[in-house]
Design a protein around this ligand. Structure first.
Ligand code: IPD
Ligand code: CA
Ligand code: CA
Ligand code: CA
Length: 267
């Protein structure tokens, strides 16, 4: 295993322990609001602290971008760790055991290493640039479906940006007619990991942040898939509007989404 991936795995496992332990005493977890339907708990913060400590011990000069800490610029900005310490906070707060730790490393702007860890199921999704994607050490590959008929797509509702409800619902409705079913799991990082593992055939969501998608994006690419914005371009890290699937399914998803792109959702 690449030494930097090894550190990412160690960080994710340590953070996972912090999260699972606090699940046993959910009533003691402090919840604060950051914005509309946007929550942060004491556990998100503890998890992020554990991850930053682990990375810093091995790589004190690297830059770390954490959802809760923002940009911690290091001397060597060529290495950027992108951290979501708890993806699926809404699930966690309700005691729904579906959430993940997501850690990606970018080297000179390119995704290089990725970990998405589901600490409840003990599922560790990893990828290294050019080396494929794995689940608990076993190679995973994207679904081979060639058309939307018969597929299950994962998605997320724009619950923090309800101004996008109408546009989102129009896209959902168009896709729902063509697919077999949809899943809304509540963790974008796991949604992307499940695309990589072929558990779902594709994924789309509006307005995600880099820490939600960085690790999952490398998983999907290394599993043989594609990740784009809503126009098929590569603006998804900026816009947060993201589609992931194999080439054929992605093309079909974009075709259904395209008629519903409003001004706010141009890419
Ligand atoms: C959220 C989850 C969710 C998605 C949200 C994200 P958080 O991340 O990934 O599935 O629908 O848009 O913000 O805040 O729980 O880390
Ligand atoms: Ca959050
Ligand atoms: Ca997240
Ligand atoms: Ca989070």
């Amino acid at each position: 295993m690449h030494p930097m991936l090894n550190i990412a795995v160690r960080a994710a496992r340590t953070a996972g322990k912090v999260i699972v332990r606090s699940m046993e005493q959910l009533d003691k977890v402090e919840v604060q609001s950051k914005g509309t339907n946007d929550f942060v708990t004491s556990v998100d913060l503890l998890s992020e602290e554990a991850i930053i400590d682990t990375i810093r011990k091995s790589y004190p000069d690297h830059t770390i971008i954490g959802e809760e800490s923002g940009v911690l610029k290091g001397k060597d900005d060529d290495y950027q760790w992108i951290v979501d310490p708890l993806d699926g906070t809404s699930n966690f707060v309700k005691g729904i055991p579906h959430f993940a730790v997501s850690i990606a490393l970018k080297v000179k702007g390119k995704l290089d290493q990725a970990v998405v860890f589901d600490p409840v199921r003990g599922e560790l999704f990893t990828a290294s640039r050019g080396k494929g994607a794995q689940l608990n050490g076993f190679r995973i590959r994207i679904s081979k479906n060639k058309e939307l008929a018969g597929t299950i797509l994962a998605t997320g509702f724009p619950f923090k940006q309800k101004q996008h409800t109408a546009a989102y619902m129009a896209m959902f409705s168009a896709l729902f007619q063509k697919t077999s079913d949809m899943r809304r799991g509540g963790s974008a990082a796991l949604d992307l990991a499940y695309v990589a593992a072929g558990r779902v055939d594709g994924f789309f969501e509006i307005g995600l942040k880099p820490w939600d998608t960085a690790a999952g994006e490398l998983l999907v690419i290394e599993a043989g898939g594609l990740v784009t914005d809503f126009t098929g371009g590569h603006n998804h890290a900026q816009s947060g509007n993201i589609v992931a699937a194999n080439t054929r399914i992605l093309k079909d998803i974009l075709q259904e989404i395209r008629p519903h792109l409003g001004d706010a959702l141009s890419k």
